[in-house]
Ligand binder design. Structure first.
Ligand SMILES: NCc1[nH]cc(CCC(=O)O)c1CC(=O)O
Length: 316
């Protein structure tokens, strides 16, 4: 490894924006130069439905091959697009502080979910969002074909034939497009995808032990955010525990407040006709602070047990 860290990223505007931001912070923390290397993935070039390409994992695999081959030293993922299974030879080196985990509505004429007229067309390709829309506004028409980068999706609103689309707040915020948002949904009644709004920096398990390798390890440690790591660990453990494929309608939202960890997880029937929700908390005892990572696994297990007992498999 030279004394430049090569950071692998997808080539979409959002991927480049978020990788640039975090790579700069990593370089500063490590005291090293950073260089962005764009890796094209099948998920970017194909217009086929994500599910037919093997799910959101298509975004990760080309990056991971470049990392394993030594073409880059670190890769940056949107955590919600990263499959929960461990990848041989690679580890998550850092999970930085999470951005806004909420979903937002981008609608014509300042409309909100409550004020969209009956029969309005709302675009989203996410099964979770389709289910949530069906539960909240069964009278709306969902256009499930919405794919492509964020600019393409936003151009469909208004003159493009859709009345609204639903997107992740984090993506719009990182691209500087928050001005287009007409409503931010509260996480308590519209929980979002496990890991939404968080990034993961992945590295090779076998670290270089030279000065640059040590500086990279120190930099990763400095940008890692323990609270985010705990909350996304809880959320992703729900996904793994339900043995849900990445396209399954599962939402999970965890938070740490005053040393306690709270988790709410929901599983949806695709048509929005039913939803199962489990909420659990881990509270420290009077003698010791919570081990947040252990608590994350433990609350997730309780939520999964409750959801499975309530029939989540039959729904999802
Ligand atoms: N599904 C694609 C995807 N993956 C990550 C984000 C951006 C937000 C994030 O970091 O969670 C988006 C766009 C979206 O869902 O609107």
């Amino acid at each position: 490894m030279a004394d430049t860290i090569r950071v692998g990223t997808r080539g979409s505007a959002l991927a480049l924006a978020q990788t640039e931001q975090i790579a700069k912070a990593l370089g500063r923390a490590a005291g090293l130069e950073v260089e962005l290397v764009t890796v094209t993935t099948q998920g970017d070039t194909s217009t086929a439905a994500l599910a037919s390409l093997g799910g959101t994992g298509v975004f990760a695999s080309a990056l991971r091959e470049a990392l394993l081959a030594g073409d880059v030293d670190v890769i940056v993922h949107s955590l919600k697009d990263l499959p929960t299974a461990a990848y041989p030879g690679l580890v998550i080196g850092a999970i930085p502080r999470r951005a806004d985990a909420r979903d937002v509505l981008v609608a014509r004429d300042g409309l909100t979910l409550d004020t969209l007229p009956e029969g309005a067309r709302v675009g989203t390709g996410s099964p979770r969002r389709v289910s949530q829309l069906g539960a909240r506004r069964p009278d709306l028409v969902v256009d499930p074909g919405l794919r492509g980068n964020i600019d393409t999706r936003m151009s469909k609103v208004g003159a493009g034939g859709l009345d609204a689309i639903i997107l992740a707040a984090a993506g719009l915020d990182r691209l500087g497009r928050a001005d287009a948002v007409t409503e931010r949904f509260s996480l308590s009644d519209w929980p979002t995808a496990p890991g939404q709004g968080a990034l993961a920096l992945e590295v090779r398990e076998e670290r270089a032990s030279d000065a640059v390798g040590r500086a990279l390890a120190a930099g990763l440690g400095a940008i890692d955010h323990a609270t985010t790591r705990a909350t996304v660990t809880a959320e992703r453990a729900v996904l793994a525990g339900l043995e849900a494929g990445c396209a399954a309608p599962v939402a999970a939202s965890a938070m740490v407040d005053d040393g306690m960890l709270f988790l709410t997880a929901s599983v949806y029937a695709l048509d929005g006709s039913a939803v199962l929700t489990a909420s659990h908390a881990a509270v420290p005892d009077s003698t010791a602070a919570l081990d947040l990572l252990a608590a994350a696994e433990e609350v997730a297990q309780r939520a999964v047990d409750e959801l499975l007992a309530a029939g989540a498999k039959e729904l999802a």
